[in-house]
Design a protein around this ligand. Structure first.
Ligand code: URA
Length: 301
């Protein structure tokens, strides 16, 4: 990293609340500025962003197993009609022994923005529609080069119909600013599911595998319409849903590598809500965003 780039990074780290910055020794002696930034070692070391690993070709994402309930099924499943059992993007393989795979439903795959928005607003493909106030389609520049993907709406988002409008959203906005981006300008923000998942006590919960499978085709179509350069998965649900990985996989295992989704580079980082609880991991998130920026630069060279 050049001294100028480093200084710029230090500034943005301060902006998202990550600083002060740990500095590699050789950099520290190179400039007084770097030395000043290095003096208080309060934050965890910021690992140098790794270059993109060889993108592994991945199979179409398969839904992760639903969390085990008493009867082994997600609670809302019993309320579903037969029609609901075949959500639009969920097409099981002919071979019963195979894992089900998600393939984009041809109807969704040809929708334009207006039709897609209308379809999402009226969607009743899973039980989440019963509790929602508003669907949360996504927000931002429909030609954005950057797509940030969260888990699903929380209480604030459900009321306002916009993703990331609570405290986590404020942090996300700051992370965008640190990257030279802005909500609505060259950035689009979406979620894995468009309706708020809640538990029986009305608290937010991660979406089930079936809910993800129902909703993912909408996001897939958004990606196809936006044609972003880089995807950033915010947190475990986004990362595992997109990559079709075992639910036990920790985010820490997925960081530092450039994955692929729909042929596009995908960088995984921590969810902003997690970062609000684990301030010490903000520096890691910044390293992830640096990796995403490097990937972007490499892709647009
Ligand atoms: N968390 C998310 O993952 N998405 C939102 O839109 C809000 C909070």
């Amino acid at each position: 990293m050049s001294q100028n780039t480093f200084a710029a990074s230090a500034r943005v780290l301060e902006e998202i609340g990550v600083g002060p910055v740990w500095v590699r020794r050789h950099l520290a002696v190179e400039t007084a500025e770097a030395e000043a930034a290095a003096t208080p070692v309060a934050a965890a070391p910021v690992p140098a962003p790794q270059r993109a690993a060889q993108p592994a070709a991945r199979p179409a994402p398969a839904p992760a197993p639903a969390p085990a309930q008493d009867d082994g099924l997600p609670p809302w499943l019993n309320e579903m009609s037969d029609a609901d059992m075949a959500p639009p993007g969920f097409m099981p393989n002919d071979d019963e022994d195979d894992e089900p795979v998600i393939r984009i439903n041809p109807a969704i795959a040809t929708m334009d923005w207006a039709k897609l928005k209308e379809t999402v607003a009226e969607c009743r493909q899973c039980g989440l529609c019963n509790g929602r106030k508003k669907t949360v389609f996504g927000v931002g520049d429909e030609k954005a080069k950057w797509l940030f993907i969260g888990e699903g709406p929380g209480r604030n988002e459900d009321m306002q119909g916009e993703p990331f409008v609570g405290p986590a959203g404020k942090l996300l906005d700051n992370m965008l600013v640190a990257m030279g981006l802005k909500r609505g300008e060259n950035a689009y923000i979406a979620n894995i599911v468009k309706c708020r998942p809640t538990d029986e006590a009305g608290k937010d919960r991660p979406p089930s595998a079936q809910e993800v499978a129902s909703c993912l085709p909408y996001l897939q179509r958004q990606i196809a319409l936006i044609q972003p350069t880089v995807l950033v998965a915010l947190g475990k649900t986004a990362a595992l849903s997109l990559l079709g990985l075992d639910p036990a996989t920790p985010v820490s295992k997925l960081r530092g590598t450039v994955h692929r989704y729909q042929g596009l580079p995908l960088v995984v980082t921590y969810h902003p809500a997690y970062l609000l609880r684990q301030l010490g991991d903000k520096s890691k998130a910044w390293a992830d965003l640096c990796l995403a920026m490097t990937t972007y630069a490499d892709t647009t060279d």
